[in-house]
Design a protein around this ligand. Sequence first.
Ligand code: NAD
Ligand code: ZN
Length: 354
Amino acid sequence: MKKIHVKTGVPYDICIERGLLPRCGELIGEITSSRHTVIVTDDRVNKLYTATVRKSLEQSGFTVDVFVFPNGEMSKCHPTLIALYSFLSEKQITRKDMLIALGGGVVGDLAGFAAATYLRGIDFVQIPTTLLAQIDSSVGGKTGVDIESGKNLVGAFHQPRLVLCDPDTLATLTPEIRNDGVAEAIKYGAIKSRSLFDKLAQRPLEEVLDEVIYECIDIKRRVVEEDEFDNGERMLLNFGHTLGHAVEKIFNYTTYTHGQGVAVGMYIITELSERYGLTKPGEAEQIKRVLERYSLPTDSGSTATELITNSLNDKKRSKGDIHIILIKEIGQGYIQKLTLDQYKQFIQGVYTCE
Ligand SMILES: NC(=O)c1ccc[n+]([C@@H]2O[C@H](COP(=O)([O-])OP(=O)(O)OC[C@H]3O[C@@H](n4cnc5c(N)ncnc54)[C@H](O)[C@@H]3O)[C@@H](O)[C@H]2O)c1
Ligand SMILES: [Zn+2]
């Protein structure tokens, strides 16, 4: 079994191995003295994986309750959260007990936030079942829910006690949901690892999937360890995201998935920065080619004005300045601070470097 140790305020292990799901009870049993747990999952994942997880937990002596909600981003909101709090209270969950987030990023963010807040904080374990959740959302301790004025606007930093990553679970993903995760993997390659990028560009995904998962998690670990509370280096992980969020928003979150938005964002920002001489020539084209390999878009047909307007209330913005993430070349991301005017010029294609 591969293990990645994350040295955040509260340190924890990420275990990566095929066939981990049927053994999860044993591993979770080692990190808690409680024998009562609640699995939080969505209806789709529930049908596929809850029975396996439950059986393994029961074999390790756990009493298991299961909270299921409808799959999709729409559920990552206060009504689901409040229903979950009531469920925890009804099942007499105490501060010593543990939640298990079984599912994609929606489940992880919601269950994680419930764990961060219920009884002022209880432990939770992540069992991520989408590629995006395995390489991104389950690592780093950001939890939260959406409110009407924006996604992820209410949340907390709360690190899991353990992350169990079983690549076997990815076999049931639709190609679209899988490729959403690939967009984030391409992002890690673009900002931190030329060799990871090349793997994704050249090798069949099935052959390299396990290595890709490991490498992505390890990159995120490094970045998170340096900047647990997202004040500096961690911003690098937003490569493609400022414009990506704008693209998702312009189409009311109905046309482009998150990964597709990020794909468009990575290509546009790199194509622009190449024009200004801030990125080595030819890198945007390479990003385009790898995205196309996974049926990810590189253009949404949005105008510069639409992109600017819809990216400006991005919560990553600090006061008047905007931090955008660029790459010097593939594998070398950096943070570029721009004034609001410079940002507008940048996206309009008329920026002049000082
Ligand atoms: N906390 C963080 O640091 C962080 C980082 C990135 C994204 N996120 C959040 O993650 C969410 C997106 O995550 P996601 O893409 O995993 O979405 P998701 O949880 O909605 O999962 C996508 C779909 O896949 C289904 N699914 C999950 N596992 C499956 C499996 N093994 N087989 C078949 N179907 C399966 C789900 O039921 C759902 O319909 C967003 O809410 C985003 O804000 C959080
Ligand atoms: Zn993302």
